[in-house]
Design a protein around this ligand. Structure first.
Ligand SMILES: *Cc1c(COP(=O)(O)O)cnc(C)c1O
Length: 350
C-alpha cells in the first residue's frame, strides 16, 4: 500500500492552494468553536482536561449511554488503538485483519504495525460490496474486519445487512470495525444496531462534517466490554483541552453542520454535471467527495491542477481506481473553482 503519494509539484503542506484532496471542510468550523477557544481560561490550559461534560454531550449526539463511547485523538487514534488492542499475535501465528479494497490506507498499515497480517480483499467491478469474498477470507486467525461506510475513496455505502452478516461469521474474540468517518453525509449509521452486535465497533470523526480536523477529535462506540481493552490503548489525556471545548461548541451548532451537508449535496451535483457533460465516469457518492475516472494519467492531472492552486487526490494506484482522481465536494464556491480548473486541465489533456 502506498502512503506517500503526496509528491505534487507544490506540497499541499504549504496551505497556499485550495485543498480539495483531503475531504476537509474547506470553509472552516463553526464560529461558536472559535468563540469557545478564545474564551479558554489559563487554568483550562494549565490543568489536565475534564471529560465528563463532553462525553455526555457526545453520547447524547449519538443517542447512546456514555459508557458506550470513548473519545479519541481523531478517528485515526481509534483505529490505531483498536488495532493495537485487538490484533495481537496469536499462539498459532499472526492475527489476520481483513480490509476490503480500495480502502483508507491507515487501516491495513495500522494492522501491520500491530503485528497482524492485513488480508486485502480485491474490489468487484463498480465497487459493489464484496460480501462473499470477505466471508471467504475469514479464518480462525481473523481478529479484525475493517470496513469503511461509506467507503473512502469511492463514496459508496455498503448494505447494513452485510455488516451484520460479517459480525455473525467472525470467530469469537474478533471485532468488526466500521469506520463511519463520512456517515454524517450518508445519513445512515450502524450505531443503533450496536446493542445487538457486541463485537462491532463504530468509529466516528468530527474532522469532516464539523470542521475540526486540525484539533484532532473522534470517537469509537461499542459495547462497554468490547471497548474496555481498547481504552487501555488510548492515551489517558489524548484529547486535549482545546479539542474538548471545541467539540462541545461544535455539537451545539447543528445549523453549521446542516448548512455544510446542504452544500455537499449541491457540490456533488456540480461534479456529476461536469462529468456527464464531458462524458467522464464517476461514482455517485454518499460522502463529501467524488471519485472520478478522468482516465489518462491521474497523477499528471493532479500535478497540473496543483500547479494552478487546486489540490486533488490521485487515487490511480488504488485497487479498482485506475485512472481516478478524488475531489472533495464540500463548499459550493470551492467546488466551482476546483471544477473550473479541472475541466480546463481535462480538456487540454484530451
Ligand atoms: C478522514 C478519515 C479518518 C480520520 O479521521 P480523523 O478524525 O481526522 O483522524 C478516518 N477514516 C477515514 C475513512 C477517513 O477518511
Amino acid at each position: 500500500m502506498s502512503t506517500s503519494s503526496y509528491d505534487y509539484d507544490k506540497p499541499p503542506e504549504l496551505y497556499d492552494g485550495l485543498r480539495l484532496h483531503q475531504n476537509e471542510n474547506t470553509r472552516g468550523c463553526s464560529p461558536r468553536v472559535i468563540e469557545a477557544l478564545a474564551a479558554l481560561r489559563p487554568e483550562q490550559i494549565a490543568l489536565y482536561p475534564p471529560y465528563k461534560a463532553v462525553v455526555d454531550a457526545c453520547a447524547a449526539h449519538f443517542a447512546v449511554t456514555p459508557d458506550r463511547i470513548a473519545l479519541t485523538n481523531g478517528l485515526d487514534e481509534g483505529i490505531f488503538a483498536t488495532s493495537v488492542a485487538c490484533l495481537r499475535p496469536l499462539a498459532t501465528g499472526p492475527a489476520e485483519a481483513i480490509v476490503p479494497q480500495p480502502a483508507f490506507e491507515i487501516l491495513a498499515s495500522n494492522a501491520a504495525v500491530a503485528g497482524a497480517r492485513p488480508v486485502e480483499v480485491p474490489p468487484r467491478p463498480d465497487f459493489e460490496f464484496a460480501l462473499d469474498e470477505v466471508l471467504a477470507a475469514i479464518t480462525p486467525s481473523t481478529r479484525g474486519v475493517f470496513l469503511t461506510n461509506p467507503n473512502n475513496p469511492t463514496g459508496i455505502s455498503m448494505p447494513m445487512a452485510a455488516i451484520q452478516t460479517i459480525a455473525r461469521r467472525v470467530p469469537k474474540g474478533a471485532v468488526v470495525f466500521v469506520d463511519e468517518a463520512y456517515a454524517d453525509f450518508a445519513g445512515a449509521t450502524f450505531i443503533p444496531e450496536l446493542p445487538d452486535f457486541p463485537n462491532v465497533i463504530v468509529g466516528r470523526t468530527f474532522a469532516k462534517a464539523h470542521g475540526l480536523a486540525g484539533l484532532r477529535v473522534g470517537a469509537i462506540l461499542g459495547a462497554p466490554d468490547t471497548l474496555a481493552p481498547i481504552r487501555q490503548a488510548i492515551g489517558v489525556y489524548s484529547v486535549n483541552a482545546a479539542a474538548v471545548v471545541a467539540l462541545q461548541a461544535a455539537l451545539a451548532d447543528e445549523a453549521f453542520v446542516l448548512d455544510y451537508l446542504r452544500q455537499v449535496r449541491e457540490s456533488k451535483a456540480l461534479v456529476y454535471a461536469m462529468c456527464d457533460r464531458l462524458g467522464v465516469k464517476y461514482w455517485k457518492s454518499d460522502a463529501n467527495f467524488v471519485l472520478v475516472r478522468t482516465g489518462g494519467d491521474p497523477r499528471g492531472i493532479a500535478t497540473a491542477t496543483a500547479a494552478r492552486g487546486i489540490y486533488l487526490r490521485d487515487r490511480g494506484s488504488e485497487p479498482g481506481c485506475e485512472g481516478c482522481i478524488r475531489i472533495t465536494a464540500g463548499i459550493v464556491e470551492h467546488t466551482r473553482r476546483g471544477l473550473a480548473v479541472l475541466e480546463e486541465v481535462l480538456c487540454a489533456a484530451h
